[in-house]
Design a protein around this ligand. Structure first.
Ligand SMILES: [Zn+2]
Length: 90
């Protein structure tokens, strides 16, 4: 997986895998979406998240504007999951 602006965040993963084999970006998203609501991302990181969601479904990214970072992180994970499902990868 390519490097994202999120990879600069040091995060403990919240997944069930032991040991965790998640790529760094996934680990950060898991960490943020399972954290208390609040601000975790920089402006650049938020933009990346919205772009990532919009890449799969443009109108969908608009729904996340103004939401806090835990909601945004979940949005990226859901966009990825839906995409993988559509491609028959899940
Ligand atoms: Zn993990």
């Amino acid at each position: 997986m390519e490097v994202s602006p999120l990879d600069t965040i040091a995060a403990a993963c919240a997944c069930d895998h032991k040991p965790c084999i998640c790529p760094t970006t996934t680990r950060v998203l898991q960490f943020v979406m399972s954290s208390p609501p609040g601000a975790y991302f920089t402006e650049e990181q938020r933009k990346w998240c919205l772009k990532e969601i919009g890449f799969f479904e443009l109108h969908r990214a608009e729904r996340y504007v103004g939401h806090d970072d835990t909601v945004l992180a979940r949005g990226v994970m859901e966009a990825w999951r839906d995409y993988a499902r559509e491609q028959g990868l899940l």
